[in-house]
Design a protein around this ligand. Structure first.
Ligand code: FEO
Length: 397
């Protein structure tokens, strides 16, 4: 699709990547594709804010050409070094070799190493401003939202915040704005995006939102680098970020497990009954049938995770490894956890899961539950009580 005017003289010139299903190298499934959003500001100085992933450079240039000859670009703002936003920078600079690139100090370091070009790169810090003629850009460094080089660009006269990855969603659509699409789906993708990308940086997210609020700048539109643009639900997405970053999940328990010969599965179902008997919402996922990135999103939305596995070679089943490794890396805050599982000749799975939970700094308010061979009636009751106990803890948090 071509350029779309989002404000007077400001155009979306990004691309929609409908077929993306795996992103980032960091195991992020993208069931609904994504967009790489770039924005063109036509003023006395023609300015491009961010580019798109390299393989889409021609589409970006075509979209820019619908508004202005790419050779007329004076400034390129690079809010973030990652290739999905800077990958087409060489193609843009080839068209406009005299353009000046503006970025954060850490981004400059990366741009020079990645591209090894003799571009005019100027470093901007929080509070730096750049006049385009009628408009002024103001820059806000946003380290760890989500990498050290990340920066927000704010168009003062329009109240337009361009925060790059923050407030994004991996959501391909022919529409550009939040009021034109199914908001429930967008919020689902925004939650998955937050959980899998921003979870470990929640403290910085809260700090940055607080800083923005203190600045008292009007925000009429938030135009992130992925997914739809927020113009009708700005307060909602900001409040939702605060909620996610504060660990204010719903009273919900996520049960994720894998099973060798169904004994751990019987435990999981009895645990589910216990949770529900307490009147608490429960969700069950068997690995690897479920996508672990989707499970991470449900953990963000909930308050506790119960992880189960049969034992093999004194370890949990390898199918749990991607989820557990991601939990360790993301360190979901304010979530309770516990391990369960069956074993035969020797145990080990629950101990290994507990080790992962400790590494993830997840509070374990209950003893792990392990059962030899298949659970009998009495042991199934133990499982039921195990679920009930965690549900009771979640209710009183
Ligand atoms: Fe951090 Fe969208 O790249």
């Amino acid at each position: 699709m071509g350029a779309v005017q989002i404000m007077e003289g400001i155009y979306w010139v990004g691309v929609v990547d409908w077929n993306l299903r795996y992103f980032h190298g960091y195991s992020l499934s993208t069931h609904r594709g994504t967009t790489y959003n770039a924005y063109l500001i036509v003023d006395d100085k023609v300015t491009l804010v961010d580019t798109v992933y390299g393989p889409f450079a021609e589409m970006l240039l075509k979209n820019i050409s619908e508004v202005v000859d790419p050779e007329k670009i004076d400034y390129v703002i690079c809010n973030h070094l990652e290739s999905d936003h800077s990958g087409s920078l060489p193609a843009v600079m080839e068209k406009a070799p005299g353009a000046t690139v503006y970025c954060s100090p850490r981004c400059e370091e990366g741009l020079r190493k990645y591209f090894q070009k003799d571009w005019d790169i100027q470093v901007m810090k929080t509070g730096s401003e750049l006049s385009l003629g009628k408009r002024t850009l103001s820059f806000i460094e946003a380290p760890m939202l989500h990498w050290p080089d990340s920066m927000f660009t704010y168009v003062k006269e329009d109240g337009l915040l361009i925060p790059n990855d923050a407030f994004g969603q991996h959501y391909a659509s022919s529409k550009r704005f939040d009021d034109e699409v199914d908001l429930n789906i967008v919020m689902e993708e925004a939650a998955k995006y937050y959980a899998n990308i921003l979870y470990p940086f929640s403290k910085m997210v809260l700090k940055k939102i607080e800083e923005l609020k203190k600045m008292g700048i009007p925000v009429n539109m938030i135009a992130p680098s992925h997914g739809i643009i927020w113009r009708e639900n700005i307060g909602m997405i900001i409040d939702q970020y605060v909620q996610w970053a504060s660990g204010q999940g719903r009273p919900k328990v996520v049960v994720a497990y894998d099973t060798m010969w169904h004994s751990t599965e019987k435990m999981a179902y009895a645990i589910m009954e216990g949770i529900q008997a307490e009147g608490v919402e429960a969700q069950l996922f068997r690995l690897p049938l479920s996508d672990h990135n989707d499970i991470i999103k449900e953990i963000l939305d909930g308050s506790a995770i119960l992880l189960g596995s049969s034992t093999i070679h004194k370890e949990f089943l390898p199918t749990l490894a991607p989820l557990l490794d991601e939990i360790v890396a993301l360190k979901p805050g304010n979530v309770l956890g516990a391990a369960f599982g069956s074993y035969g000749w020797s145990s080990g799975a629950v101990e290994a899961i507990e080790e992962k939970l400790s590494k993830a700094k997840i509070e374990r308010p209950m003893e792990a539950l392990k059962i030899k061979w298949a659970p009998d009636e009495q042991e199934l009751k133990q499982c039921f009580d195990f679920g009930k106990e965690m549900a009771a803890k979640v209710k009183t948090r």
